[in-house]
Design a protein around this ligand. Structure first.
Ligand code: COA
Length: 457
C-alpha cells in the first residue's frame, strides 16, 4: 500500500500517547476510533502498558506484535522525534502527528527534524498540529473532534483545526455528508495538493471542499486543482482577503495570504469554484454531491408564487444562468397543469393553487424534455397546500424518472417547509430555504461545467 492509502485505509492503527484519562486527547482518539466502528486492528501505545478502554496496550510501537500501517501520534512535541524514529524502524507507512509545538510557535528546528525522519523512512506524515483525519469508507474517525459524523460524498480539507471540528458537528446538524475531513496543520510533509490528488481518484468522493489561508507551494496546488477540477468540483474558501484577515492568517498558521486578486484569478484559471463563506460552500457541495450536472445551458424555474419566481429569475441572470421563454409546445404542456391565470413562459407559475399533482406533473414534464438542462422548483407556503406532500411528490417523480439533470428546490415558509426540505434532502434532492441559495448552487455547477467544456471535457 502507498503511504496515503495506508493513511486513509489502514489495516491497523497504533495510537501513541493513548491514555486512560478521559480529559486527554490520547483518550479521545482511541474512543473516537472505537465509536466510529473502525474494523481494523487498534493498538494503544502508552509507557505504562496498561489496558486502555479494554484494549491491551503496548509500551512502544516496536513492542506491537503485528504490522502497523498508521500511527496516530499524540505525545508532547519534544517526544515526537523519538516516537517517529521508532515508527520508521517498525515499518509504519503513515503518521498523523496531532501534537502542537512546532513551526506555529517558532519551533522550526523541531519541525524540520520530524520531516527529515519521516522522509528517511518513507513515512507519509500529516501535520504536525492537526486534529486528525476522518474517512468514512474506512469508518475511521482518528480525530479528537466529534464522535458522530454524517457520512457522505464531500471531502473537506481544512487548514483550520477548529473549523474542521465545527464542521463535523454541522454534518449531523444539517445532514450534509462527508467522505473525509482532513486537518492539514503545519504541512511539514503532506500538503493540500497531495490530498487533492488523492481525492481526485477517490471513488467515494464526489466534490472536494477546501478551507485555505495560504499555500506553501502555490504552483503545485494550482496544478493539482486544475487536474482535479476536470474530474470533480473543487470548492475553495480562501480567507485572509482583507489586510486584517491576512494579518490574522499570518499569526494563525504562519501563512502568507498573498494578494487576494492573484488568488482569485488563479482559482478561476484552475477551475476551482471560490465560495465567499462556509454556508455557501456547503450549499454548493450539497448540490454537487446529490445531483447530476446540468444537461444543457437552459434552466427552467417552476413556482407557485410570482414574487419568488421573479427573484429567482433575477438571481439566475445575474449569476450567468440562462432563463429563456419556453418553446410553444412546452408552454402548451404546462398550461394544462395550471389555472387559466397561471404563466407558462419561464418562470412557470403554477399559481398558489398548485397542489402535489400539478407539481409532480410539471416536474415530470421538465425532467423529460431534452431542451431543459436544469430545474429550479420553488414553493411558497400557502394555507391550502401541504409542503410535505408536495416535497414527496417531487421526490417520487424524480425517482421514477431517473433524474438525469440538475434538480433543486427552495421551500419558503414556516416549520412545515423545514420538514419538507429535510425530507427532500434525505431523498437526495437538495433544498434551500431561500431561492437565491438554490440559484447560487446551480450557478456554481454551471461554472464547473463551463470550465470542463473549455478544456474539451
Ligand atoms: N510513548 C507513548 N506514550 C507516551 C509517550 C511516548 N513516548 N510520552 C508520553 N506518553 C503518554 C503519557 O504517559 C500520557 O498517557 P497517560 O495519561 O496514561 O499518562 C499520554 O501519552 C499523553 O501525554 P501527556 O504528557 O499527558 O500529554 P498531554 O495529553 O497533556 O498532551 C498532546 C499531549 C500531544 C495532546 C499535547 O502536547 C498537544 O500537542 N496538544 C495540542 C494538540 C492540538 O491542539 N493539535 C492541533 C489541533 S488543530
Amino acid at each position: 500500500m502507498s503511504g496515503l492509502a495506508s493513511m486513509f485505509s489502514p489495516r491497523s492503527i497504533a495510537v501513541i500517547g493513548a491514555s486512560r484519562n478521559p480529559r486527554k486527547i490520547g483518550y479521545e482518539l482511541v474512543s473516537n476510533i472505537l465509536a466510529g466502528g473502525y474494523e481494523g486492528k487498534l493498538y494503544p501505545v502508552n509507557p505504562e502498558g496498561a489496558e486502555v478502554m479494554g484494549l491491551k496496550s503496548y509500551v512502544s510501537v516496536k513492542a506491537i506484535p503485528g504490522e502497523v500501517d498508521l500511527a496516530v501520534i499524540a505525545v508532547p512535541a519534544v517526544h515526537v522525534p523519538e516516537v517517529l524514529e521508532e515508527c520508521g524502524q517498525k515499518g509504519v507507512r503513515a503518521a498523523l502527528v496531532i501534537s502542537s509545538g512546532f513551526r506555529e510557535v517558532g519551533n522550526l528546528e523541531l519541525e524540520k527534524r520530524i520531516a527529515e525522519i519521516a522522509k528517511k523512512y518513507g513515512i507519509r506524515m500529516l501535520g504536525p498540529n492537526i486534529f486528525g483525519l476522518y474517512y468514512a469508507p474506512s469508518k475511521m474517525n482518528a480525530t479528537f473532534g466529534l464522535s458522530r459524523v454524517f457520512p457522505g460524498k464531500i471531502a473537506f480539507i481544512t487548514q483550520s483545526g477548529a473549523l474542521g471540528i465545527a464542521m463535523m458537528g454541522w454534518t449531523n446538524l444539517y445532514r450534509i455528508g462527508v467522505s473525509a475531513v482532513v486537518s492539514m496543520g503545519n504541512k511539514a510533509d503532506v500538503e493540500e495538493a497531495d490530498m487533492l490528488d488523492y481525492f481526485s481518484e477517490d471513488q467515494h468522493t464526489k466534490a472536494v471542499l477546501m478551507y485555505i489561508e495560504g499555500a506553501k507551494d502555490g504552483r503545485r496546488l494550482l496544478d493539482s486543482m486544475s487536474r482535479t477540477s476536470l474530474r470533480k468540483p473543487v470548492i475553495v474558501i480562501k480567507s485572509g482577503k482583507t489586510d486584517a484577515g491576512a494579518s490574522a492568517a499570518s499569526s494563525h498558521t504562519g501563512s502568507l495570504a498573498g494578494s487576494d486578486r492573484v488568488y482569485d484569478a488563479a482559482f478561476k484559471q484552475s477551475g476551482a469554484l471560490r465560495a465567499s463563506d462556509l454556508a455557501q460552500a456547503f450549499d454548493w457541495a450539497k448540490l454537487m454531491t446529490m445531483q447530476p450536472p446540468p444537461a444543457n445551458d437552459d434552466c427552467l424555474i417552476i413556482t407557485n408564487g410570482g414574487g419568488v419566481g421573479v427573484m429567482a429569475a433575477d438571481a439566475c441572470e445575474e449569476s450567468g444562468i440562462r432563463i429563456r421563454p419556453l418553446p410553444e409546445d412546452l408552454q402548451a404542456g404546462f398550461k394544462k397543469l395550471m389555472p387559466v391565470f397561471g404563466n407558462s413562459k419561464n418562470p412557470v407559475d403554477l399559481t398558489g393553487q398548485a397542489y402535489e399533482e400539478s407539481y409532480a406533473k410539471s416536474v415530470d414534464l421538465a425532467l423529460r424534455d431534452q431542451r431543459v438542462g436544469s430545474v429550479i422548483v420553488l414553493y411558497c407556503q400557502t394555507a391550502i397546500t401541504d409542503p410535505v406532500s408536495i416535497a414527496k411528490s417531487i421526490a417520487e417523480t424524480c425517482e421514477s424518472q431517473g433524474c438525469e439533470k440538475t434538480l433543486v428546490t427552495s421551500f419558503v415558509g414556516g416549520a412545515q417547509c423545514n420538514e419538507a426540505m429535510q425530507k427532500l434532502d434525505e431523498l437526495g434532492i437538495p433544498s434551500y430555504p431561500i431561492p437565491e441559495r438554490a440559484v447560487s448552487a446551480v450557478a456554481a455547477f454551471y461554472r464547473w461545467q463551463r470550465y470542463k467544456a473549455k478544456k474539451g471535457i
